[in-house]
Design a protein. Structure first.
Length: 186
């Protein structure tokens, strides 16, 4: 049985009150759909690499683990992005799972028309992947394949190497705002 924080049992029951299915709306409203997607908390990643001798990168919260064998992850890239077309052509990209202290860095990586790395501490590998210092996870990846999906492309990335920093708490994105983990529920 599932209970609320107040200890009340949750049971399947019909109700005409607010928050029920009868209040559902069509998905043609992109603002409301974005709000709906915001109900699902995500981590935030930086996808970065060296391009023509300078770091290039973007922030993405649509990151998901896909497979253990082979080691694969995916990230959804907006078709309107001007950075992804550059990154997709490079031999490797770094994925940094950002830490709770990285909210300002995330905003920089999402901004247009600015030097996204001017206030970012980073390092590059010999293969050209760029990693953000202080992240909770680094994944050195190669583009495996790409699939069109509406106004985004799903980039499937094969993990070549990784470095984990489990003592660092991740940044959480929920309802279009940054949060930190509140703690365990056991």
């Amino acid at each position: 049985m599932i209970t609320t924080q107040e200890g009340q049992a949750l049971r399947g029951q019909a109700s005409a009150g607010p928050g029920r299915w009868r209040d559902a709306v069509a998905v043609h409203d992109s603002v409301r759909l974005r709000q709906a997607f915001g109900c699902f908390p995500t981590g935030v990643t930086a996808v970065c690499a060296m391009a023509n001798g300078v770091p290039a990168g973007l922030a993405a919260n649509s990151f998901v683990s896909v497979s253990l064998e082979p080691a694969l992850v995916s990230v959804c890239m907006a078709r309107a992005s001007t950075t992804w077309p550059v990154l997709r052509e490079l031999p490797s990209v770094g994925i940094s799972v950002l830490a709770e202290a990285h909210a300002p860095i995330c905003r920089l990586l999402a901004a247009k028309g600015v030097d996204r790395f001017s206030q970012v501490s980073w390092e590059a590998t010999d293969s050209g992947s760029v990693f953000i210092h202080g992240a909770t996870l680094w994944l050195d990846c190669q583009l495996e394949s790409e699939f069109p999906a509406g106004d985004h492309d799903i980039a499937l990335l094969r993990i070549q190497t990784m470095s984990t920093f489990p003592e660092i708490d991740p940044l959480v994105f929920h309802r279009s705002m940054f949060h930190r983990l509140a703690g365990r529920i056991d």
